[in-house]
Design a binder for this molecule. Structure first.
Ligand SMILES: [Zn+2]
Length: 432
């Protein structure tokens, strides 16, 4: 473990040919594994007339059909490798972007690889924090988040020596901003980590209301996006650098920002990517397209040539930091709204969505905030019987309080945005 973590410092600077050779080797091994052990890929390759030997490198992927999110959501068991449910690993439960709760299986080696790859961003953070370990990190999170499930898995199985660990303190993303501020000022974190939208709203509130804050040395987020205007306030007005990482439940480490913050370095040893147009053709660097990923690390539920659903732009040149990992210069999408609360504060959408999506019989759910205390839930139920709107209302009340008025509307489907995504939270309340 320690040895594999130490290599993390240099891998991002390896010559490109070495990186691609490493990627190709892993891709071939994953493909052989999927062909032998995963029902979906066996049929998929047979239908495409492909054999494991046909795939030598990432460029060969374009000869294969694309897999979309729906296939994985509808039939997750067909993506599970034979026998892997009995091996050590973790089934991650994720809420959010598609409006439905999903489960995704990882094997233990992939989870530990994700843990050690976290050091890639820590080395970039060191630039601002002054050291790589031992600092205080405030985590704005919610109970049951993917990040928390991962941390529990790691902590149950290993002891991290104090000299290479952090001092972490969790804060609830559904807490009032006043309480979060008091917690930060009491804990004095060097780094604050959380959701992009939520951290953006919190630090904007700090700045707009002229609160005194014990300024962290850096802010970092993954998962959803931070609005550009919020990022500017944090970096220019508050003087705090913001670094983000790019991850998904299907690939835990796609990319990370370095100290230059000119884009996201893609961890090409762990994930192979393509960026395509609507017809499935590669688009040139500098042009926006849809990201297609192959996760090279996880054998329990392989994801090969998979449309992640995000729109991204590949960078056109090298990064001034000297890392050879290629860059994604821009990521579009993943802008879920926050939920407005009295007193001008906001909470993260997942604080309510996670509970709603876990109610039995709920296939998909969308939260529409019409006014401060007026909510509409649009719900796609799995069956006509067994619908439980009372339980949905009590989930809302548990986070928002009894003053929130909630209407539940059963619907056949949730409307999609022009991008094809379903927006799970729509907030019509604007800041005063
Ligand atoms: Zn860089």
């Amino acid at each position: 473990m320690a040895r594999c973590c130490l290599g993390e410092g240099s891998v991002a600077y390896l010559p490109v040919e070495q990186l691609l050779a490493r990627q190709s080797k892993r891709l071939q091994a994953l493909f052989r594994h999927a062909w032998r052990h995963v029902p979906y890929y066996r049929d998929w390759m047979a239908a495409a007339g492909a054999e494991p030997g046909d795939l030598r490198c990432a460029a060969d992927l374009r000869r294969l059909p694309l897999i979309d999110k729906l296939a994985l959501t509808v039939e997750p068991e067909r993506f599970a490798a034979d026998g892997y449910e009995r091996r050590d690993g973790l089934t991650l439960l994720s809420s959010g972007t598609s409006g439905r709760r999903r489960s995704f299986r990882y094997d233990a080696p992939a989870l530990f690889e994700a843990l050690s790859a976290g050091r890639r961003q820590r080395l970039a953070l060191r630039h601002f924090v002054g050291r790589e370990a031992g600092y205080r990190e405030a985590v704005f999170n919610r109970e049951g988040s993917v990040g928390q499930q991962l941390r529990r898995f790691w902590e149950d199985r290993m002891i991290t020596p104090r000299r290479i660990d952090l001092v972490r303190r969790p804060f609830s993303a559904s807490a009032r901003f006043e309480d979060l501020l008091a917690g930060v000022n009491e804990f004095h974190p060097q780094v604050v980590r959380g959701y992009g939208t939520h951290l953006g709203a919190f630090f904007r509130w700090v700045w707009e209301t002229g609160q005194r804050i014990d300024t962290p040395r850096a802010i970092t987020y993954g998962a959803d996006a931070m609005p550009k205007a919020d990022r500017q306030i944090i970096e220019r007005e508050l003087g705090i650098p913001v670094l983000s990482s790019y991850q998904a439940v299907e690939a835990l480490r796609i990319g990370f920002q370095c100290e230059a913050r000119s884009g996201f370095h893609i961890s090409v040893d762990q994930v192979a990517v393509r960026v395509i147009d609507p017809e499935g053709r590669d688009v040139a660097p500098g042009q926006r397209g849809e990201l297609v990923i192959t996760n090279l690390t996880n054998y329990a539920m392989p994801v090969i040539h998979y449309r992640l659903g995000d729109l991204v732009t590949l960078g056109t040149g090298p990064c001034p930091c000297g890392r050879t990992f290629p860059l994604i210069s821009d990521i579009d999408g993943r802008l879920d709204d926050l939920i407005a609360r009295p007193g001008g504060t906001w909470i993260h959408a997942l604080a309510v969505l996670a509970g709603l999506q876990a109610v039995p019989g709920v296939r998909q759910v969308q939260v529409i905030q019409e006014d401060l205390e007026d909510f509409r839930l649009r719900v796609v139920w799995a069956r006509a019987s067994g619908q439980d709107p009372v339980r949905l209302r009590s989930c809302m009340a548990a986070v928002l309080g009894d003053s929130a008025h909630v209407r539940v509307e059963p619907v056949e489907v949730l409307e999609q945005e022009p991008s094809g995504k379903v927006k799970t939270v729509i907030c019509k309340v604007r800041q005063p």
